[in-house]
Design a protein around this ligand. Structure first.
Ligand SMILES: NC(=O)c1ccc[n+]([C@@H]2O[C@H](COP(=O)([O-])OP(=O)(O)OC[C@H]3O[C@@H](n4cnc5c(N)ncnc54)[C@H](O)[C@@H]3O)[C@@H](O)[C@H]2O)c1
Length: 378
């Protein structure tokens, strides 16, 4: 029985949104042991949280620099092997860069960095380090998303003509309409979030989902933002026209002010032979449509699914698995990569996806600012 991988956590404290998803996901397939952390910049809160969730406090560090310094003093067989970076966006780059430079594997939240330049520097550092680097575009771990990818790869839709990805949330309404709140939350502060709120936070997931499922690259975009208030510097809504080639086009619709919407990520991919439609809030139903046959519904855990999809289900068909399992599938792929085992390249998004994401985010801002012009991605 292989030993558990020693996992470090940066950010993701008891006060955070995403910490619990990573902690639970890392445990689901019994591959990781949380061995050390800086859950929080406040040392008391950091220690209190470690005690609360029963992580030994001898490797709870006062800050990230101390984390690296102390871990590097340990023999390799005791040292933390992989670190999850779950802090606000502006800390991803300095943390991930130093982790790579010191030979750690990295699991990094999206957006991978706050600028495209940083993303490329990180890619160089990763090449030198030769360690495993995953970017947690969580939705790629859903069995039915994986099924879409594999069926499209096998030609189920024929040539793709049109893609429509939508990511609608309403959570920022409560903040954006309150002058005090909109000037204090980190997601609307360019110094902490980067140059975009809506696209950087959720539009980039939709972008990644399109490239993940279709296997096609988005070549150029034209974007229109809405900021709602003069004193707000960050987009809270953005519609982006996309072109993959002369005859493959589509749209990415993203909003944080879509009142009443929760986590409304959905994708539709239209091809010459058929189409797929999938929604994150009903992740276990993948609709395959056609002009000539009744709509088919694919569901997880059935033998008709691809190996990659079946690898992402743990229970027999009919036992709903959700967002925790989806993230757990990404952690499972990373564990295989760290152990040098075989894995499918659809098991987790990599630094290449992270770089593509930043290229997209910066291009949407450039497009909006230049009066809604077409911008080519690299
Ligand atoms: N994959 C997804 O679907 C998804 C969903 C939500 C958030 N995210 C990403 O996860 C990241 C965190 O988002 P969140 O919503 O959890 O933010 P949050 O503000 O809720 O939590 C941030 C956490 O980081 C800690 N932190 C801040 N500075 C730190 C430092 N210097 N050292 C250590 N810890 C520090 C905070 O104490 C807090 O625990 C963001 O990059 C966000 O884009 C991804």
């Amino acid at each position: 029985m292989p030993k558990k991988i020693r996992l470090g956590i940066l950010g993701g404290g008891g006060d955070s949104l995403i910490g619990v998803l990573h902690r639970v996901a890392s445990h689901i397939n019994d591959n990781y042991q949380i061995t050390g952390a800086v859950f929080n910049p406040d040392f008391k809160e950091n220690m209190d949280f470690a005690k609360e969730i029963d992580v030994p406090t001898d490797r709870i560090y006062v800050d990230f620099d101390t984390f690296i310094e102390e871990e590097m003093k340990l023999p390799k067989e005791e040292r933390i092997q992989v670190c999850s970076v779950l802090t606000p966006n502006f800390l991803h780059f300095p943390m991930a860069k130093k982790l790579l430079d010191n030979g750690f594997h990295v699991i990094c939240e999206k957006p991978m960095t706050t600028t495209y330049d940083e993303a490329k520097i990180l890619q160089d550092a990763h090449q030198k380090a030769g360690t495993v680097f995953a970017v947690t575009h969580t939705y790629t771990g859903y069995p039915m998303v994986r099924q879409m990818r594999e069926m499209i790869k096998d030609g189920a839709l024929g040539k793709i003509h049109k893609v429509d990805a939508r990511y609608y949330q309403g959570w920022i309404n409560e903040i954006i309409h309150d002058q005090e709140k909109r000037s204090t939350v980190w997601r609307l502060d360019p110094a902490k979030a980067g140059i975009s709120s809506c696209i950087g936070d959720i539009g980039v997931h939709a972008f990644n989902l399109i490239e993940y499922t279709t296997g096609l690259q988005i070549k150029s975009i034209l974007c229109d933002f809405n900021y709602l208030y003069e004193d707000n510097k960050m987009d809270v809504d953005g519609t982006t026209l996309i072109r993959m080639s002369e005859h493959v086009k589509g749209v990415i619709r993203a909003s944080q002010v879509a009142t009443g919407e929760e986590n409304g990520l959905a994708i539709a991919i239209y091809g010459e032979k058929g189409s797929f439609r999938w929604e994150q809030e009903r992740p276990n139903f993948l609709y395959k449509m056609s002009d000539t046959e009744p709509t088919q519904v694919y569901k997880p855990g059935h033998a008709y699914n691809s190996k990659l999809s079946l690898d992402g289900t743990k229970l027999p068909a009919g036992h709903p698995e959700g967002i925790f399992d989806s993230m757990a599938n990404i952690y499972l792929g990373v564990a295989r990569a760290i152990r040098g085992e075989d894995y499918n390249d659809g098991e987790f998004p990599t630094i290449v996806d992270g770089v593509r994401g930043l290229n997209f985010i910066e291009s949407t801002v450039a497009s909006h600012k230049s009066g809604n012009t077409w911008i080519d991605l690299d």
